[in-house]
Design a protein around this ligand. Structure first.
Ligand code: MLT
Length: 312
């Protein structure tokens, strides 16, 4: 009660538990990255960081919650490339998808992989493309809603092979992955933070990475260019945000803690196992993050407009 009576400015930040919202389901790629970062940042800040999943609508439900939260640094958002695509994909949102946030820092860039159920009747990307062109809408392609990385990757794939599939949206690729493993979903494009271990255990098939170079975590998997589809390229960057109006001292403190977390050897080792790596410390700042984010909005705008698939 004594502490609560003090003016907010007199209390050192953070003086209580923080919450970071993951705008996708538990067990998926954003959740995996967030839990590793939150554990390490919490240690640095001397407070627990609770991870809360608020999935749905391609990440816009969770983002909206944070945009509308109190700008005191205690409610944060860890979101991905969807922050750059939703401003163009969604023509009506109940929050400002750019002006509603303060940036804290970039976190990681995650490669993607095109994966399929174990008994999908193809073993190479070329064979998979032939099956997609033949069976088209008979095939189920899972994604995590419009604005999700898996949605974006699917748009690029279907454009590249010039054939549609039936899209099945989930609240995140965590639950979608279970359906690929069980064979109810045919194909999905998902981040290595979710697919690497399933590929290694043989639970699912993989056709290609979406990166220019092969991945250390999956050295036997060809790149999209090697497999004959060079235009099929996407990496999923993640960043940490606070609601608009969060004081700069607080986002600065959080950025410092993020930089410490990203240098944590345990986190770095786990990221490597999952086919990713933290960004350089210089990118884990509010300024670098904002610059990168705004440039990525501009980069994706014409691509999305060209594809003409909006969420209304
Ligand atoms: C997730 O965490 O479920 C993913 O990042 C969803 C996606 O964007 O594909």
């Amino acid at each position: 009660a004594a502490a609560a009576a003090l003016p907010a400015a007199a209390q050192p930040f953070p003086s209580r538990t923080l919450t970071v919202i993951v705008p996708f389901a538990a067990g998926g790629p954003t959740d995996t990255v967030t839990r590793l970062v939150a554990e390490s940042m919490g240690r640095e800040l001397g407070q627990t960081i609770v991870v809360e999943n608020a999935g749905g609508a391609g990440g816009t439900i969770g983002a909206q919650r944070v945009a509308n939260a109190k700008p005191d640094g205690y409610t944060l958002l860890l979101h991905h490339i969807g922050m750059a695509t939703t401003p163009t994909l969604y023509r009506r949102l109940a929050y400002d998808p750019v002006g509603g946030f303060e940036t804290i820092g970039l976190v990681t860039e995650v490669p993607m992989t095109l994966v399929a159920k174990k008994d999908f009747p193809a073993n190479t990307l070329a064979e998979a493309i032939a099956v997609i062109r033949r069976d088209q809408e008979k095939l189920n392609y899972a994604n995590a809603g419009i604005g999700a990385a898996s949605h974006l990757c699917g748009l690029l794939l279907m454009k590249a092979v010039d054939a549609p599939m039936t899209t099945v949206p989930f609240r995140g690729t965590g639950p979608a992955m279970q359906e690929v493993i069980s064979g109810r979903i045919d194909l999905m494009c998902d981040q290595t933070t979710s697919t690497t271990e399933q590929i290694k255990s043989g639970a699912i098939k993989v056709f290609a990475t979406t990166t220019p170079a092969r991945l250390e975590a999956l050295p036997e998997v060809p790149t999209s260019a090697e497999a004959g589809l060079p235009e099929f390229q996407v990496t999923v960057w993640h960043g940490l945000y606070a609601p608009k109006g969060t004081p700069a001292e607080i986002t600065g403190r959080l950025s410092k803690a993020l930089q410490v977390a990203l240098a944590d050897p345990k986190l770095v080792a786990r990221f490597a196992e999952l086919g990713t790596a933290p960004v350089a410390a210089a990118m884990a700042t509010p300024e670098a993050h904002r610059k990168f984010w705004l440039a990525d909005i501009a980069k994706w705008k014409p691509i999305i407009q060209g594809a003409g698939q909006y969420a209304d």
